[in-house]
Ligand binder design. Structure first.
Ligand SMILES: Cc1ncc(COP(=O)(O)O)c(C=O)c1O
Length: 405
């Protein structure tokens, strides 16, 4: 049908499908959803407006949509063990904005991890609305360890007295110490918000400690390790439920994307299975095997390794910037992103590092035994980054492996 109506878009979608299938997709924030999630995303639920919440809508005809949203809420509550789940945020950034709207006034102090150290834009970084409209203080990692130093976080919190503290981020290869953040938040009277966008699937699958019981408010995207559609959720205890619901609607958004809500419900059902638990642990085992193999080939890893799905490489010692390395790797069939490393001396558009993750390749079925092969390809591609023929030869080997799965 699409091909008849719009052959250009149909052809482009097909080309993207082929491109994805032929690549080792190692962007740490991406994944491959299941056919069931994809089907729900492309359903007639996209036709319906449903401003409000189940049982309290501003449009008629919600007999089915209410059931969809309640299912998504119930599954989120059961999977993560929380009192309340709002499944309406359009994506991770609006979910975080809802936190600001719910608990802060413009000019209030918010504390988060700085972007170049691994935090997210929406945790108060200067160019984001969260850094412009609020007084933002940012914690970093220690230069020697590449890890957050909780004593430094405590000192900063005691001096700056933030109303909200964000923990979590977008390029953190190590376990987030939720109990330690909770202690600090309690000491200074701040609300602790855990942004588990990257690790939600690991938390759901028992491969990373849960923030539940430590952070009264938890935000997450649904499309990274959790392997759902592009969307987000806010999970809270009972005390913070109402403020979050009001902030999402009518504070920030209009009608929820019901097709996404249905697909989130499907992903949550999949994430509650024993197979998903195994998947989450394999993601981490793959990342650790890859880190080990990269270290053996002389790569310099931020924090020396990984506890989760993500590896951050400082390429300074390889005498190549992150951008040309990422471009060479892409040509060689390995898709990842260039990334700043802590204390980077280069510019954000041409930083010193690359970031990679194993959620996607684990979904494709790769196991720890295959990670040295990927490290080898990476090493060869970075060494031969100017040699297009050499890069194409690696891409052919990548395709051969993926074709054999
Ligand atoms: C920790 C974290 N929070 C929030 C977001 C924002 O999500 P989105 O891109 O869906 O707005 C991201 C995205 O990468 C993230 O890594």
């Amino acid at each position: 049908m699409l091909r008849e109506v719009d052959p250009e878009i149909a052809t482009l979608i097909q080309a993207e499908e082929r491109r994805q299938a032929s690549k080792l997709r190692m962007i740490a924030s991406e994944n491959d959803v299941s056919p069931a999630v994809l089907e729900a995303t492309g359903s007639v639920l996209t036709n319906k407006y449903s401003e409000g919440y189940p049982g309290k809508r501003y449009y008629e005809g919600q007999q089915v949509i209410d059931q969809v949203e309640l299912l998504a809420q119930d599954r989120a509550k059961a999977l993560f063990g929380v009192d309340h789940a709002n499944v309406q945020p359009y994506s991770g950034s609006p979910a975080n904005l809802a936190v600001y709207l719910a608990f802060l006034q413009p000019g209030d102090t918010v504390m988060g991890m700085s972007l170049p150290m691994g935090g997210h834009l929406t945790h108060g970084w200067s160019v984001s609305a969260t850094g412009k409209w609020f007084r933002s203080v940012q914690y970093e990692v220690r230069k020697e360890t590449g890890r957050v130093d909780m004593d430094e976080v405590r000192t900063l919190a005691q001096v700056e007295r933030p109303k909200v503290i964000f923990c979590g981020g977008t390029a953190i290869p190590r376990t987030i110490d939720f109990p330690a953040f909770a202690d600090i938040a309690n000491e200074v009277g701040a609300l602790l918000v855990a942004d588990i966008a990257h690790i939600a699937g690991l938390v759901a699958g028992g491969a990373h400690p849960s923030p539940v019981g430590h952070a009264p408010v938890i935000t997450t995207t649904t499309h990274k390790t959790l392997r759902g559609p592009r969307g987000a959720m806010i999970l809270t205890d009972a005390a913070h439920a109402k403020a979050i619901d009001r902030a999402v609607f009518p504070g920030l958004q209009g009608g929820p994307h019901n097709h996404t809500t249905a697909a989130i419900a499907v992903a949550l059902k999949e994430a509650a299975t024993p197979e998903f638990r195994e998947y989450a642990h394999t993601i981490v085992a793959n990342a650790q095997a890859l880190a080990e193999a990269l270290l053996e080939r002389g790569f310099d890893l931020v924090s020396g390794g990984t506890d989760n799905h993500l590896v951050l490489i400082d390429l300074t010692s390889k005498l190549i910037g992150g951008k040309p390395a990422a471009q060479a790797l892409d040509r060689a069939g390995i898709e990842l992103n260039y990334n700043a490393v802590p204390f980077d001396t280069r510019k954000p558009f041409d930083p010193s590092g690359i970031r990679l993750g194993t959620p996607g390749v684990t979904t494709r079925g790769l196991k720890p035994a295959q990670m040295p092969l990927i490290a080898d390809w990476m090493d060869r591609a970075i060494t031969a980054h100017d040699d297009e023929q050499a890069l194409d030869r690696i891409a052919a080997e990548v395709e051969e492996l993926l074709g054999s799965l």
